[in-house]
Write a protein that binds this ligand. Structure first.
Ligand code: F3S
Length: 776
């Protein structure tokens, strides 16, 4: 077996701090009483509390009701960041003035790499186009002791699974699919950069204790069914909001038969049902995977813990642990599913798919099949797809649809190259793209001539399928399936083809039917390390390194701290915009072409709220000043900022739903936004607003939404007292309309003691910087 000395020497630093966690678990048991039965997720999470006593006994009726109630103050073991979100996380970390990160951290350059012609040309072009950002990330990594995975090294979640994830670990990642690491028994949560900074500076990271959804797996997968079908099926049952506020914990006899990478695929897509994270218990599939990735000592340590009596067993749930809800899935009878288009929860069993295509009049031609990505590029996935390609090639067939392969990491790419899997794909006409996100994040330069706006169908083994996600064309219907189903259907070039039952005509006039795919869980000759240029830098801080941010850059800008809260009520605020209907983080801070300005707050703020619908006129991104003059929302916000006028936004339900994108909170704050007044908030966004010093308030009476108009003047009453008393108190808004009429609007808030301190300091970061200076 190929050896990887670098990985071996790093294994000690990548082992979870088991002795500390086991001691903390005993403390949790003491606080809650020894008879209390805990799920696996609770054990790992609570063992990472800064103070079990404080978090588990405050506001919880002495520990009887923790889930959904307690405010957990957690100390994660590790942080991982992808290149797009790492920029703002690092800019924020830098402004705290610390010499090194408090916990091990890694940066992965994966999102900003285009998928077009293939890895050999796409990678150098993307490095050139993003040089300034990659140089910034690399120099900051060197200075602060962060491991830096350069462009080409792979996708964050695959790198994390191969190197950092481990049973019992708790980590944060600045990407929503961070839960992928739960396939290897870790609690891994996707967060915004400001949350990552909490962990990087050793401040506790707060989380409302999640409820636990147990998914019991029975039986064993067979034939065409794959781990992807577990989560595609579950997404259909739960819908995109069904997992909100829950951790999904898998258990039951079916777990024993799954590969580690299969479990990671299932956890990866838990993000699509809104779950906080997903995880599996320490399982037989973990041992060979840890050994194959040079972490045999972690496998032995975990096996020792997992065989202890349940009271000391950090890696399995207690025998009588109760879940808030249980769903059972029988793997033996599971059928492959196809989900989409446009939403991951529209789930159709393969046997019914052609009927649905006919009835909904979806396109019958399949334009492209794309396999790989962070969700599905394991050795098992790729060798099962390879088996199908070999079957078809032997029958003289070639894929009718364009066929793309994205390896998740250099390790998997190099291993698949040695084992001739990649050459099998290439000989069949497949295009192997760079080890990066590429088409999964809109970085797919599609060359098959489908015009923008024209309805067409593609099939991917990825995890998300919102409109325009892959090729920037909102009319592209993007369906999700396992790599096996994507591969087989690419040969038909048709969305109505069922590879389990239908045949294809061969050039010799015979009929060919695929046999169920067979693959290998792990490479028999071990994994190859691949190109040494793609190995990560060592995480050793070097204070002599200069982090260069050019003052003339349009991609990066150092952050100026926000002003602290003046110790008085807010007066003279004006309503910038009254939003009608859905307002997601995409509405507030759009992605796509704006991705390149993630590290430049003034530039990315030019997209603030550009997707928001004006409640009074029905127009999108059209705002009116007091004198009636018309402009875009960001233009009006900038104009008011220049005039020293601060503002608020009025909105409806679930304001800020979607992702953890902190730019959606940073940008309004930067432009002078002080309050968001909504009917309700999405939880993560509400927290993000508080962290950036914006006050989120909800209407005490939702119908008061109708009383406020754009450009009304607003003054707070009770806000200062509420902030100074750590959240005890009520806030009223005195709203003066343009005709001079005054209305009092009662509001509600969810400000905790810590969050009041963030707002008083100007932002959570200001508070961290103050504390860091005091420590010095
Ligand atoms: Fe990248 Fe897509 Fe995964 S953007 S991290 S491959 S979800």
């Amino acid at each position: 077996q190929e050896t990887t000395p670098s990985a071996q020497s790093d294994v000690a630093s990548r082992t979870p701090p088991y002795p500390k966690l086991l001691k903390r678990l005993q403390e949790v048991r003491r606080v809650l009483g020894s008879s209390r039965q805990l799920t696996l997720a609770e054990k790992i999470l609570y063992s990472h509390l800064e103070s079990p006593e404080e978090s588990l006994l405050t506001n919880t009726q002495n520990g009887t009701t923790i889930r959904g109630v307690a405010n957990l103050k957690l100390k994660p073991d590790r942080v991982a960041m992808q290149d797009a979100s790492a920029q703002m996380a690092l800019l924020q970390f830098m402004s705290c003035g610390l010499p090194t990160t408090a916990v091990p951290a890694s940066i992965h350059c994966d999102h900003m790499i285009v998928g077009e012609k293939g890895a050999d040309t796409d990678l150098p072009a993307s490095i050139e186009g993003n040089k300034e950002v990659f140089d910034f990330l690399e120099s900051a990594a060197k200075k602060y002791g962060i491991e830096f995975w350069p462009p080409g090294a792979g996708i964050i979640h695959q790198n994390v699974l191969e190197n950092y994830s481990a049973p019992g670990l708790m980590m944060l990642g600045t990407d929503s699919h961070t839960p992928n690491a739960g396939g290897l028994g870790a609690i891994a949560i996707g967060v915004g950069g400001a949350d990552a900074v909490d962990a990087l500076v050793d401040a506790p990271w707060e989380l409302k204790a999640p409820k636990i959804l147990g998914v019991r797996l029975e039986g064993e997968l067979n034939g065409w069914a794959s781990p992807k079908d577990v989560i595609l099926t579950l997404a259909g049952q739960l819908t995109v909001r069904g997992g909100t506020g829950f951790i999904i914990e898998y258990f039951g006899p079916g777990v024993e038969s799954l590969s580690c990478t299969g479990m990671a695929t299932i956890c990866n897509m838990g993000a699509e049902v809104g779950a906080t994270t997903s995880l599996f218990p320490f399982s037989p599939g973990h041992v060979p995977y840890l050994k194959a990735t040079h972490r045999g000592s972690i496998a032995s340590a975990a096996a020792g813990i997992a065989s202890s009596p349940y009271q000391q067993n950090l890696l399995r749930s207690d025998p009588e642990a109760e879940y808030d809800k249980v769903i059972t899935i029988d793997l033996s009878t599971l059928e492959p599913h196809i989900n989409g288009p446009f939403t991951p929860d529209f789930s159709t069993p393969l046997s019914k798919f052609s009927e649905v295509v006919e009835s909904k009049e979806w396109p019958k031609t399949l334009g492209a099949g794309l396999i790989g990505s962070c969700t599905n590029s394991s050795y098992q996935d790729m060798t099962r797809a390879e088996d199908l390609v070999k079957q078809a090639s032997a029958a003289g067939l070639s894929p009718k649809a364009d066929f793309f392969i994205t390896p998740g990491s250099e390790q998997i790419r190099a291993t698949l190259e040695r084992d001739e899997t990649l050459s099998t794909f290439s000989s069949a006409g497949g295009v192997v793209l760079a080890n990066a996100c590429g088409p999964c994040i809109g970085q797919w330069k599609r060359t098959d001539g489908v015009p923008k706006g024209e309805s067409n169908a593609i099939l991917t083994s990825y995890n998300r399928n919102f409109p325009a996600r892959n090729d920037g064309n909102r009319a592209t219907m993007n369906f999700l399936a396992s790599p096996e189903i994507v591969t087989a259907m690419s040969y038909a070039g048709s969305t109505t083809f069922n590879p389990m039952t239908d045949s294809l005509p061969t050039p010799s006039g015979e009929l060919f039917r695929f046999s169920p795919p067979k693959g290998f869980e792990l490479p028999s000759r071990g994994f190859l390390e691949g190109n040494p240029a793609f190995l990560p830098s060592k995480g050793v801080a070097d204070p002599t390194v200069e982090v260069v941010v050019s003052p003339t850059s349009d991609r990066l800008a150092l952050l100026e701290p926000f002003a602290p809260f003046q110790r008085s009520e807010l007066k003279g605020l004006q309503v910038l915009y009254k939003v009608k209907g859905q307002c997601t983080t995409d509405t507030i801070s759009a992605a796509g072409p704006w991705l390149k300005y993630k590290g430049h707050l003034p530039n990315i703020s030019e997209n603030t709220l550009i997707g928001a619908v004006n409640a009074e006129t029905g127009e999108t991104n059209v705002a009116y000043d007091v004198d009636g003059s018309q402009s875009s929302i960001p233009e009006l916000a900038k104009k008011w900022k220049a005039q020293g006028k601060e503002w608020l936004v009025v909105a409806e339900n679930n304001y800020g739903e979607g992702s953890a994108r902190e730019h959606a909170a940073l940008q309004p704050r930067y432009l002078g936004g002080r309050i968001i007044l909504a009917k309700s908030f999405a939880r993560i966004h509400e927290t993000n607003l508080k962290k950036q010093g914006v006050v989120p308030l909800t209407f005490a009476n939702e119908s008061d939404y109708d009383l406020i108009k754009a450009c009304d003047e607003v003054e707070t009453r009770g806000l200062l007292n509420t902030l100074e008393s750590g959240g005890k108190g009520e806030v009223e808004l005195i709203v003066k309309s343009r005709d001079g009429k005054e209305t009092v609007v009662k509001t509600k808030h969810t400000l905790s003691v810590d969050q009041c301190s963030f707002i008083l300091a100007g932002s959570a970061l200001n508070l961290l910087a103050i504390k860091a200076r005091e420590q010095k």
